[in-house]
Design a protein around this ligand. Structure first.
Ligand SMILES: *Cc1c(COP(=O)(O)O)cnc(C)c1O
Length: 648
């Protein structure tokens, strides 16, 4: 039975509603059957996401599932490098682009591997911000021309590792964040007889904007101020290390939404660069840090989830401004280093989650409670519901809220029974529903009534943890595009927010991308007996590694997908990574599974002796406990329909 509504809906309308074209950069689209497809190379080769999910399920994995599109990752590396190369050609710039990938943005070996391989022809290097990252960078790095940039606080072991890289002939640049590091670098280099390559991180006046803006300015925790830079220069000259100073670095924060900020920072840093060159240091590299954004909401604005520029504009502005100032000061144009992390890795991976339950206010509205003896508060509310048109919407909303609060006070004081309380609640929500409906008819919605839509939204319970898989949403309210992966030919008719399975009221997603500002709910389909999958997109930067163990859910299953024309559905899964087992996460907090099993055995034996449990059953229960510990931490969703279950 097809309703009129669903026949007037289309896959194209879904594509528009969820904004795939706006934020997808050519990588995401909806096909005419209503499925989401990924276009890893932004051409017409495509992979249907639910095909990947089905194949993963066939291999024993399940949602929550991270899918990495390795070709998309490779595509982004090539795109960034080619974009800078083009800007350099177009501007007639004399230096080269020598980008580095900041490992902290995604440390996974398969990710770093792919980036190193894709970056080979561009001499694309790596950036480390800590000892463990430097260990990775040194071992994964190939070639003599590709840089390794060392940022972050450094002790002597960090510096020794970097000097080891120099001994192997690698271009490892130690970026001085603190004056004290310079003394260590000089001392250890003299001891080991290695000639270091040194950079200075400048504390710029230019400030970042957006959520990650605290990396610059006088109070930034990193970098040298002007006086410190001069002092460091004198020190280098005094110990005859003048030839070692090769780079100026700045980083104004991640996801810089406004291109003006980037221009200003580049201008300021180039001035530093040129002055240092004139003081007799060889230099050669100008490092513009990270900050290149991702347009998460597709609005192309300077809103914090967006950016008002493209990668092309970014590259052109960086190249152009460096060139202008070098020309102005008569200094040779440096090689340009950028440390773009988010822009390279964010689009390549997505999280698939499964909705398994709908908590609906609207459904409970349907159940009309008729108390045997109606309390006056209930009849008052009924009058309000009937007299729809007498007062304005806002006034009726206020009155209804007041009555509802009154009902709760009466209940607490013992004057209202359960039946009357249920009736009051249900009529209150019916009034809200009426008011909201009138709003969509008339178009204009007063500020206060905006919340009403959100209050009335259903909760879709999803098998995942925000704390593990989407930490920046929880911590910084960062927005990610979210959409169903299938059924997109059907009109989505439910306003919903997403809640996770952690025992924490913060474990939810209640802000969504919108062309203007932020939306408080997302439109989804009603659930049926089949799995309903949602995709959370552009999650390849930072989220994987920052996830925590709240409620001990731990890592999720993961698959790495490659395009392959000869395979069915045009792809193959090259690698599967199992998510955490219960045993893994409890061992992380010092429990041994053997020890826990032994304790359970003692208790089961005791219960058996007391005849609370039969011996056979005891053995079975212990076995169940032990196999549970080897199972996954997330829910195993039972899809057997309730009717069928009863028969067995
Ligand atoms: C985090 C960081 C980056 C990466 O920034 P993105 O905005 O992700 O490109 C680059 N450089 C430094 C020093 C950083 O701390």
């Amino acid at each position: 039975m097809k309703s009129k509504q669903s026949s007037s809906w289309s896959a194209a309308k879904s594509e528009e509603l969820y904004g795939f074209k706006r934020w997808g950069a050519g990588h995401f689209a909806v096909d005419s059957d209503g499925f989401v497809n990924v276009h890893p190379l932004a051409d017409d080769r495509q992979i249907r996401v639910t095909d990947v999910v089905d194949e993963a399920v066939g291999m024993g994995l399940s949602a929550p599932l991270v899918i990495r599109f390795q070709d998309l990752l490779r595509h982004r590396v090539i795109q960034l490098n080619q974009t800078f190369q083009k800007a350099i050609r177009d501007e007639g710039y004399k230096g080269e682009y020598r980008g580095v990938f900041p490992i902290k943005v995604n440390q996974l070996r398969e990710v770093v591997d792919e980036i190193v391989a894709a970056g080979k022809e561009f001499s694309y290097g790596l950036e480390a911000g800590s000892k463990p990252e430097l260990v990775i960078a040194l071992a994964m790095h190939e070639g003599a021309n590709r840089l390794i940039i060392c940022n972050g606080y450094k002790d002597h072991d960090y510096i020794r590792l970097a000097l080891l890289g120099r001994k192997l002939g690698k271009k490892v640049i130690l970026v001085v964040e603190q004056l004290s590091e310079l003394d260590e670098i000089i001392k250890l280099s003299q001891e080991t007889g290695v000639k270091p390559m040194i950079g200075f991180r400048a504390k710029l006046q230019t400030r970042g904007e957006g959520k990650w803006a605290t990396s610059t300015g006088e109070n930034a925790k990193f970098g040298l101020n002007t006086a410190e830079i001069l002092f460091a220069c004198e020190k280098l000259k005094a110990v005859k290390f003048t030839q070692c100073l090769r780079l100026v670095h700045f980083h104004i924060g991640s996801q810089v939404p406004n291109i003006i900020t980037i221009k200003n920072a580049v201008i300021e840093a180039t001035r530093f660069y040129c002055q240092l060159t004139k003081m007799g240091f060889p230099m050669g590299y100008l490092d513009v840090g990270g900050g290149l954004g991702i347009d998460y909401d597709g609005s192309r604005t300077n809103f914090e989830s967006s950016m008002n520029y493209s990668m092309e504009e970014y590259a052109r502005d960086v190249v152009f401004n460096i060139k202008e100032i070098c020309k102005d000061t008569g200094v040779a144009e440096p090689d340009i280093v950028s440390e773009s992390g988010r822009a390279v890795v964010a689009p390549h991976s997505m999280l698939v989650i499964e909705v398994f339950e709908r908590i609906s206010k609207r459904e409970s509205l349907g159940q009309k409670h008729q108390p045997k003896v109606k309390h006056k508060i209930v009849t008052d509310l009924e009058v309000m519901l009937k007299n729809k048109t007498k007062l304005g919407r806002l006034e009726r909303f206020h009155d209804a809220i007041q009555k509802k609060e009154e009902a709760f006070s009466l209940f607490n004081l013992g004057y209202l029974d359960l039946e009357n309380r249920a009736a009051a609640e249900s009529i209150f929500w019916q009034i809200c529903e009426e008011i909201a409906k009138e709003g969509t008819k008339t178009g204009y919605i007063p500020e206060e009534l905006h919340d009403l839509e959100a209050m009335l939204a259903d909760q879709y319970v999803c098998n995942f943890s925000v704390f593990q898989s989407l930490l920046d949403h929880w911590a910084l309210k960062q927005l990610f595009p979210i959409a169903p992966l299938h059924r997109l030919k059907e009109k989505p008719s439910v306003n919903a927010i997403l809640v996770d399975i952690t025992c924490d009221s913060d474990g939810k997603i209640s802000s969504f991308i919108d062309l203007q500002d932020v939306k408080e709910y997302v439109r989804l389909h009603p659930l049926n007996s089949k799995p309903y999958y949602l995709g959370i997109f552009l999650t390849g930067a930072y989220q994987d590694i920052m996830g925590d163990l709240h409620n001990l859910f731990g890592r999720v299953d993961e698959v790495h997908v490659f395009l392959e024309d000869d395979e069915p559905n045009g792809f193959y899964i090259e690698e599967t990574l199992r998510g955490s087992q219960i045993a893994d996460v409890i061992e992380g907090v010092q429990y041994q599974k053997e020890d826990l099993a032994r304790r359970m055995k003692v208790m089961i034996d005791a219960a058996t002796r007391k005849d609370q449990i039969k011996p056979r059953e005891g053995v079975r229960l212990l076995e169940m406990f032990e196999t549970q510990m080897l199972d996954k931490t997330y829910l195993n969703i039972d899809r057997t329909p309730a009717r069928k279950k009863k028969k067995t």
